[in-house]
Design a protein around this ligand. Sequence first.
Ligand SMILES: Nc1ncnc2c1ncn2[C@@H]1O[C@H](COP(=O)(O)OP(=O)(O)O)[C@@H](O)[C@H]1O
Ligand SMILES: [Mg+2]
Length: 394
Amino acid sequence: MDTEKISKAERFFADISNRLLEEETSNIPAVICSGLSSYMPFAKVQRMSLVRITKDNVHEGAYSVAAPGYTPTKMVGKGFKSPYLDRISAGEAIIHTGPIEEVFTQEEIELVGMAGIVAHVVIPIKVRDRIWGGIACSRYKDHNGWSPVLIERIKTLGQVLAASYERYHFWMSLQNQNKELESLSRHLMENQETERRLLSRELHDNFSQRLALLTIKANNVFGIVRESVKPEAKDLHINIQQIAKDMQALSRSLHPAMLEDLGLIAALKSEARRITGVKALELHTMFGEIPPLKKELSLNLYRILQESLNNVIKHSQASAVFISIEITDNRLTLQILDDGIGCKDNLEKSKGSIGLVSIRERAQLLGGDAEFTSPEDGGFEVSITIPAIKEHYE
Ligand SMILES: Nc1ncnc2c1ncn2[C@@H]1O[C@H](COP(=O)(O)OP(=O)(O)O)[C@@H](O)[C@H]1O
Ligand SMILES: [Mg+2]
């Protein structure tokens, strides 16, 4: 006879462990509940819960399930304290057969909905010499005792589920931290935009007006001065005029009113012409059909283009730059490509510069991503993809 047959219990534990390992982390609570549910018939119980308690004996969270026709434990809020939890925290196992009123106060029975229970077990779970929490089983009928083997198995199940519970909660706290960082970065960018808008307005309303006036005055001076100083007066006039023009362009690029008035493509074209004009770079563009896009997206793409082109001017020694933007299959791609010397450094390792980092952050805030590549034979490419672009249509 084969004495080494795999028992039902072993098969059950192997199965639940596999599922906990294979499942997406976000689905772990569902697998914990289904593990508890599928163990109930084995243990002949009608209700099971897994409870997590913190160092200072307060309730931190729980999952509870019940067989059809029964109700799960009423969930109490985080931070809850009770004599019941104190007993688990003290490492005391409660293995009781008989009316629940014999072990708990009426108040506690009502609080978590334990009326009608005729046998109850709570087994503390220890992790690294500390009580992690406990696993509880309740019977509403057929209480034919709790065998030591059953108690041992319930404890094992509790330990397996507790490990996954921890994994899930650690993952959740990372997700939350990521969300906080994301919202911080969004907030910083919004502040930056507000300041740029204020500065742009100041340049436009104050300095530009004063320069315009100065241009007229310089022209008047040109009209009245002696012939011998006219070339200098003319030069002065032209210089002031040029500064006024540059300041207007700067004011526009600080806050692109054009984005709102003429749309993304016109604003991108104008900014690309302005920046490449600075170094007389050849500019090639391929702009596809882009429907009106939401303000946040347009502004971010505009800022990405600005930073990328400023990098081309600053670092690339390129003679030409190519910009393309298009939408295919509900996905927007923006590419800025130059024929310069490229960059041999590891672009993923920040050296304290924030241009590429902020390009990536902007793309990620829009649900997309940024890729930077620099082939061996030179050149540099910034490639932005934003999926589900239809959600960003005006
Ligand atoms: N178009 C480009 N051509 C060559 N190198 C580039 C280009 N764009 C970026 N880089 C490299 O990537 C680095 C990081 O860029 P960035 O984060 O914008 O910082 P910064 O412009 O302040 O140096 C640059 O210092 C440069 O070495
Ligand atoms: Mg830069």
